[in-house]
Write a protein that binds this ligand. Structure first.
Ligand code: ADE
Ligand code: ZN
Ligand code: ZN
Length: 324
């Protein structure tokens, strides 16, 4: 094996913990969305993604994480999150100008790839890629630690979950969701798709007739393509509020090296379910809007990224000997 491939494969392995919602959460979000999109939205994306099965959204939901750690995909890393420089648990909140990096963030990415999906002058391959990014990033923006700067979204906080050591970010991406479905005697195991579909169908029923019925119309109130960046920012702010209340209710030091599989899990599980349900329901509404927008030839502008004179961007940076 060449040295470069050793480095690539080991970094891909280490990166596993940073994959948003784990694969399982993203696949569940996609299946929730498939329950609610209109028939014309389903056919549009089945054609664009060249998949006429009912798994057309679920099958591409983790693509953005799979390219993030490749040489080509490195630039997409910052697009998976927005690092709110707030101070949980005393104060939570996101300020786009302060927290979105000049190279982009999950809020600008949702606007950018929505704008590219609407742009019929782009090649079909580019529009299919834009669809895969939108499907993934609507999931990411609902993971509370993807809207938090502290310890790189919890990646630097080591904890225990059911006696195994993980970082807090991984617990919120994967462990809590996997334990929820295991409790429901489904298990994820080696076949995440059937388990995710079953969980998604249960969440869809909660949205239609159960615990989320009263609020679900508020989740998608006032959605407008032209407001993509404001809407994505609202989604991010909502998820970020959970950082102060359930993710770090007493700050990072109170949970460092602690066991989170007990009382912490009990408090976190309803929030993970809520955020996955919201993400899926909103994704369906957003994809419906995009397809109606395409039918009406609507377009939206790409995002304006915050520019900060104090930040030296890659183009301005003089090359260092160490870069060679
Ligand atoms: N890297 C830096 N901050 C991050 C976050 N909030 N989520 C995921 N990856 C990150
Ligand atoms: Zn993550
Ligand atoms: Zn991601």
């Amino acid at each position: 094996m060449k040295l470069s491939s050793v480095i690539l494969s080991s970094s891909a392995f280490l990166a596993g913990g940073a994959s948003a919602w784990g694969g399982f959460g993203h696949i569940t979000v996609a299946y929730v969305a498939s329950n609610f999109v209109s028939n014309s939205t389903a056919s549009y994306f089945q054609t664009l993604l060249r998949n006429d099965t009912s798994d057309y959204l679920a099958n591409v939901a983790t693509w953005a994480d799979s390219i993030r750690y490749t040489k080509w995909g490195r630039w997409t890393g910052p697009l998976h999150y927005i690092d709110a420089k707030d101070s949980p648990p005393d104060s939570c909140g996101i300020i786009y100008e302060r927290d979105c990096k000049p190279e982009g963030c999950v809020v600008s990415a949702i606007q950018n790839y929505t704008s590219r999906l609407l742009d019929q002058s782009l090649h079909v391959v580019e529009r299919a890629q834009a669809a895969k990014f939108v499907i993934h990033f609507v999931g990411d923006i609902h993971q509370p630690l993807h809207t938090e700067d502290v310890e790189k979204g919890g990646n630097g906080i080591s904890v225990f979950f059911d006696e195994k050591r993980f970082n807090l970010h991984h617990v919120w991406d994967s462990s809590i969701a996997e334990k929820i479905v295991t409790h429901k005697k489904q298990g994820v195991g080696r076949r995440p798709f059937p388990a995710a579909k079953k969980w998604a169908d249960a969440l869809a029923e909660e949205i239609r007739e159960g615990q989320y019925k009263a609020n679900s119309s508020d989740w998608v109130k006032g959605l407008e393509l032209k407001e993509a960046s404001e809407i994505a920012l609202q989604w991010a702010i909502e998820g970020n509020e959970h950082v102060c209340t359930v993710v770090l209710p007493e700050g990072p030091e109170a949970i460092r090296d602690q066991e989170l599989g007990g009382a912490y899990f009990e408090a976190a599980a309803p929030i993970v379910e809520l955020q996955i349900a919201k993400a899926g329901y909103r994704l369906a509404a957003w994809l419906d809007l995009i397809v109606s927008g395409i039918e009406k030839n609507e377009t939206i502008s790409p995002p304006t990224l915050p520019k900060r004179p104090d930040v030296v961007t890659a183009e301005q940076k003089p090359m260092m000997l160490g870069d060679l």
